[in-house]
Design a protein around this ligand. Sequence first.
Ligand code: AHR
Length: 493
Amino acid sequence: MEKYLINPNEKKSTISKDIYGNFSEHLGRCIYEGLFVGKDSDIPNVNGMRIDVVNALKEMGLPVLRWPGGCFADEYHWMDGIGDPSKRKKMINTHWGGVIEDNSFGTHEFFELCEQLGCDVYITGNVGSGTVREMSEWVEYMTFVGESPMANLRRENGRDKPWRVKYFGVGNENWGCGGNMDPTYYADEYRRYQTYVRQYDWENNRIYKVACGPNAEDYNWTDTVMKRAGRHMDGLALHYYTVTHDWGHKGSATEFSQDEYYKTLRKAYHIDEIIRRHLEIMNRHDPSKRVQLVIDEWGTWHDVEPGTNPGFLYQQNTMRDAIVAALSLNIFNKHSDRIRMCNIAQTINVLQSVALTDGADMVLTPTYYVFRMFKDHQQNTLLGSFLTGGEVGTDEDKLPGLVESASMDENGVIYSTIANTSADSSAEIKCQIADSEVKEIEAEILTGAIDAYNSFENKDAVKTVKFENFSKTADGFTAEIPACSVVKFIIKR
Ligand code: AHR
């Protein structure tokens, strides 16, 4: 029997709702077809946005969306995406399949999408191939309230009031696709560009500035950028993808062995150590811990589905991906004292997507259900908690068998999310909640074979159902958590 202790007296930090953010890039069928089909499409839409996808994302509790890239951001010129759509300049999307981008989804369309979703926006600006003036004018266009050249242009294009820009990223992966810069050069460029990301309305529309952070374990990047530019940023953005083998041969999204399952999970779990080490460096340069960590690209990256455009990065999504999502989100919750936002890559039809579309059809992935289960943690207080569970895996790839987090809402209700990472063994747990008399518990579960997934032919192969295999005790519960599952307990006291 594994021991699970939750301490409601140990109130740790507020779990920023933006940890549950998504990332959507002009890549493959993410924006076009996945989110935006245009007003004249036969696919049901409101102002061009797919109704089925918007409703699913609202139900999932999406708090914030990052756009327009990714690598695309550093070759995106925002002025090409405003005004009459039929007259917009076209461009080649050189990163993603070399397709022609017609810019029919631009700034106004993105804000329309976020308004329909009821979510905040995170815009990434172009440092790699754009100018300081271009970035500065975009910010003026979006946020200036009075009369100005850019605010007036916005009005000419049909939008009177400024929009709220909650987060603004100054470049993306500038160590790679965003200009191949070294950290010293980027830090100096960051200082210059961010100067002109003006705060036109500090009271009502304060922009949170995000600097390009490290790729995975590039600790030197964090050290240099924090040293040279730390005082000019609010957040530093880490990117970490879980690649089962290596970049040349990532491995199939749906066909994998149990050993490969554990390899994926071990690599996903490694983000805990990566976060700790980057935070140690950040804290050295910023002892007051003002600058927060942002993880604006994370998730699994498998080989594309056979027969699909390699530049579109379209992959299926199994229970293995769901376990990656659950263990990652539990880890992010545990670091919520320092993590402000995370954005899984990418919302629809790309890497670890929450939904896939095929024409007018849509299927929700196992990862979607994890996000929907975990939405209760948003803005809750993280509680001190501890769960035994030993290790699982192979000689080469080991990780904890049970990964959890627990939070409490303003009414004292406790939410606990547990991932059982074992491929084949259930775990019996005994949970005790300090100083508590438990009145009622509800639970739900997502489980299946490690390679189970939802297809267009079988959309409900994996979905959440009520979980009943537990017994309430005076101060907690006992439960049997099935192999390869994610369980959420809602505990009323
Ligand atoms: O998510 C796909 C790509 O991965 C993004 O465009 C880029 O930032 C990263 O390398």
